[in-house]
Design a protein around this ligand. Structure first.
Ligand code: NAD
Length: 297
């Protein structure tokens, strides 16, 4: 069944996600502050929205893909925003990566207006957005999840219902905290191995089949050589930029402080990624932290 979908935030991720909805036969009204993003959307067969308010009033479903919590709160709860203008019953899907507290606050405000909402952050990057192969981590009530699933299926390959409102964001930042910490651990081991005269290929061959095995090692090895597909072999071009990893680690620290959880390694990972980003690494792939830990190229 074809619906009218409003899509706000047509950036690196949102642009191709919206186009996949167009290709699936939906009428997709796009809106972005960037005129170039709107033109790309229109050239791919999407409609140009004129404002958030008009888009909200005309849509059965609204997807948002915005940079951070402040943008999401503004677009949903601000003057001229979604909650002021959408019809009751409009399905709301926020796929931005934002803080858990904002996700829960916006979800509660949507429920008060009779609009079912899910937080549905993604992993899979720009390639996953273009290919419709994203993983969605979804938080929200069962009815909202069931209503959102057909749309998420168009944009993604793996859709997981992680529980109530905010739990999609919780799953995303917990996963990326594991990833940030494990990438630093693997990188430190390779730097130590180098200094001890150990061939990186030998360390890879041994650890990839021993108890040091993890995704950061076997799917994303931070040194060139052992794994041809990893960004280490192309001068650490992303991939997943260090600035994005830092954003997620900071969100994890905010959530840990708000929930009273002790995450000392998560805090250390956030500090190290801050230093790496401040020393010029922010647009490199996050596995480039190995260069920072080594102290030279
Ligand atoms: P982006 O900066 O490319 O896109 C964000 C878009 O939102 C921009 O086009 C911007 O103009 C638009 N925007 C900002 N404020 C707006 C407003 N008030 N009204 C309308 N449009 C507005 O960012 P992105 O890479 O597409 O990331 C979007 C979200 O997805 C972020 O939360 C990010 O953390 C998350 N994410 C990104 C990746 C990735 O690999 N890029 C992977 C997973 C998750």
């Amino acid at each position: 069944m074809s619906s009218t979908v409003g899509f706000i935030g047509l950036g690196n991720m949102g642009g191709p996600m919206a186009i996949n909805l167009v290709k699936a036969g939906h009428k997709v009204i796009g809106f972005d502050l960037s005129d170039a993003a709107m033109t790309t959307h229109a050239e791919a067969g999407g409609d140009r929205g004129t404002s958030v308010a008009d888009l909200a009033a005309a849509s059965d479903v609204i997807v948002t893909m915005l940079p951070a919590g402040k943008h999401v709160r503004q677009i949903y709860q601000g003057e001229g925003g979604i909650l002021e203008n959408a019809k009751p019953g409009t399905l709301l899907i926020d796929s931005s990566t934002i803080d858990v507290d904002s996700a829960r606050a916006v979800s509660a405000a949507s429920a008060e207006k009779g609009m079912p909402m899910v937080d549905a952050p993604v992993s899979g990057g720009v390639a996953g957005a273009a290919g419709g192969t994203l993983t969605f981590m979804v938080g929200g009530p069962d009815e909202a999840y069931d209503a959102a699933k057909p749309y998420l299926d168009i944009m993604g390959k793996t859709i997981v219902h992680a529980g109530g409102a905010g739990n999609g964001q919780a799953a995303k930042i917990c996963n990326n905290m594991i990833l940030g910490i494990s990438m630093i651990g693997v990188s430190e081991a390779f730097v130590l191995g180098e200094k001890l005269g150990l061939d990186p290929q030998k360390l890879f061959d041994i650890s990839s089949t021993a108890s040091g095995q993890c995704w950061s090692l076997t799917s994303y090895c931070p040194v060139p050589g052992p794994l041809p597909s990893s960004p280490a072999n192309r001068d650490y071009q992303p991939g997943f930029a260090a600035a994005m990893m830092l954003k997620d680690l900071k969100l994890a620290q905010e959530a840990a402080s708000s929930a009273g959880a002790a995450t000392p390694l998560g805090a250390e990972a956030a500090s190290l990624y801050t230093l790496f980003c401040n020393s010029g690494g922010e647009s490199l792939d996050f596995s480039g932290i190995v260069k920072f830990l080594r102290g030279h190229d």
